[in-house]
Design a protein around this ligand. Structure first.
Ligand SMILES: C[S@@+](CC[C@H](N)C(=O)[O-])C[C@H]1O[C@@H](n2cnc3c(N)ncnc32)[C@H](O)[C@@H]1O
Length: 311
C-alpha cells in the first residue's frame, strides 16, 4: 500500500463526507477575520498528511484571505509529498507561488546559494488572498507542548482517533489563543460496514477485532469520546456525522476510490492478522473476496465518523 496515494484517493471520499453545517459554523466564527485591524488567521494543522486539508480550506470562499498556516505530520515522507504538491496545486488555481526568502533571481535572501531557503514557507497570493504555508515534520504533541496560546484555529482532520481524544483536546486548547477554535473533521466513531456479507459471524468478529486493534494505539470511538469530553470541559459549537460512503456507479468507483477501498481492506485485514485471533487463512480469504468485489464493482463500504467544532 502506498500511503500517499491512499491519502490522495481519500480526498473525494472526504469531500462528500465533510459536514457542511459544521463547516458553515466555522465560516461564521471566522467572519470578520479579514478586517484591516486584525492579524492574519493563525492556523495549526496536526497530522496533515500530504496537505489535502490546507488546499481544501484555501479553496473555500469563506476561508479568510490572510492566513498563516502551519501543517505538521510525524512522517517526513508525507511532509515531502505535501511540499511537492502545493506549488502545482496553487499554480493551477491561479495563485502566484513563492518560496519565502527567495529573491527574483532564485537565490535566497540575496545570498550566493541558489534556492537556499531562510525557512520553508510558501507564500500563495491571488487577488486579496495571501496565505503563508509552512510544512513541518514533528510529533503533534511535542510541537503543541512548546506552543502557548498562539493559534486561532487548530485543525485535526482524520487524526483524533489515532490518539487519546482527551489528551489531544487538552493539548489543542493549550495551543489556542483565547477564543481559539479546534476543528476536528472525519473523526472515526466505531462503525465499519462492508456489503455484501456472506458470513455474518466472521464479519462481526473481524470488524470487532479491527476496532479493538485501533484501540491499542488510539480510540475507535474517538468521535463520541471527543464530543463528550469537549462538552464537559468547554463548548461544542457544532457536531455532526461525516460518514464515509463509497459505492459503485456505472460499473466502477469514482476517481481513485477503488484504490482507496483496496487500502481499507488491507488495513482491516492487516490489523486482524496482527491481533492473531482469527485464523490467518480465513482472514486472507475474506480480503481476497473483498478485493474481487472491488474489481467487480460490487462492494459498498461505510464508516461512521463525526465532525466537531469546539472551543
Ligand atoms: C489518517 S492520516 C490523515 C492525514 C490527513 N489529515 C488527511 O486526512 O489526508 C493521519 C496522519 O496523522 C499523522 N500522525 C499520526 N500520529 C501523529 C503524531 N503524533 N503527530 C503528528 N502526526 C501524526 C500520520 O502520519 C498521518 O499522516
Amino acid at each position: 500500500m502506498n500511503f500517499q496515494r491512499y491519502l490522495s484517493a481519500k480526498r473525494t471520499v472526504d469531500e462528500r463526507a465533510i459536514d457542511r453545517g459544521v463547516e458553515a459554523r466555522l465560516a461564521e466564527e471566522l467572519r470578520g477575520r479579514d478586517a484591516p485591524d486584525r492579524d492574519a488567521l493563525c492556523v495549526l494543522e496536526v497530522g496533515s498528511g500530504i496537505g489535502s486539508t490546507v488546499t481544501r480550506l484555501l479553496d473555500r470562499s469563506w476561508f479568510p484571505d490572510r492566513v498563516d498556516y502551519t501543517a505538521l505530520d510525524i512522517r517526513s515522507e508525507n511532509v515531502a509529498a505535501a511540499r511537492e504538491r502545493l506549488p502545482s496545486w496553487a499554480a493551477a488555481r491561479g495563485f502566484a507561488v513563492r518560496r519565502a526568502g527567495e529573491s527574483a533571481d532564485g537565490s535566497a535572501d540575496g545570498s550566493a546559494r541558489p534556492r537556499a531557503r531562510a525557512d520553508d514557507r510558501f507564500v500563495l497570493s491571488r487577488g486579496q488572498r495571501r496565505a503563508e504555508v509552512r510544512f513541518r515534520t514533528a510529533d503533534a504533541f511535542d510541537f503543541l507542548a512548546e506552543t502557548d496560546r498562539e493559534f486561532d484555529l487548530v485543525v485535526a482532520h482524520a487524526f483524533v482517533d489515532l490518539v487519546d481524544p482527551a489528551d489531544a483536546l487538552a493539548a489543542f486548547r493549550r495551543a489556542l489563543a483565547p477564543d481559539g477554535l479546534a476543528y476536528c473533521p472525519i473523526t472515526f466513531d466505531g462503525e465499519t460496514g462492508f456489503d455484501p456479507v456472506s458470513d455474518p459471524d466472521l464479519e462481526a468478529r473481524l470488524l470487532d477485532t479491527f476496532h479493538r486493534h485501533l484501540d491499542a494505539s488510539g480510540d475507535s470511538r474517538a468521535g463520541r469520546h471527543l464530543l463528550a469530553t469537549a462538552s464537559a470541559t468547554g463548548e461544542v459549537l457544532a457536531a455532526a456525522g461525516s460518514d464515509w460512503v463509497v459505492y459503485p456507479r456505472d460499473g466502477g468507483y469514482p476517481a481513485d476510490e477503488a484504490y482507496f477501498l483496496d487500502c481499507i481492506v488491507e488495513m482491516v485485514a492487516g490489523a486482524v492478522r496482527k491481533e492473531g485471533k482469527i485464523d490467518a487463512e480465513r482472514v486472507a480469504a475474506w480480503a481476497d473476496r473483498r478485493r474481487e468485489q472491488i474489481t467487480d464493482a460490487k462492494l459498498v463500504y461505510c464508516a461512521h465518523q463525526l465532525d466537531l467544532l469546539v472551543r
